[in-house]
Design a protein around this ligand. Sequence first.
Ligand code: SF4
Length: 53
Amino acid sequence: MKSWVEGGEKTPTCKDCKFYKPIDENKGDCFGHEVMAKMPAEKCPAKSFQPRK
Ligand code: SF4
């Protein structure tokens, strides 16, 4: 599996995840749960981070 942290890039957050649907500036919906836009993808409880295309 290709890592999304390659190349020393900034850690992506929920708002960079394709499952994230923004509710407002700071939070969004993910699989029916509210998540913080800035939660680092590595903290994803579902370990389901997928970069947005
Ligand atoms: S799948 Fe994980 S990284 Fe993606 S929005 Fe949901 S909680 Fe965030």
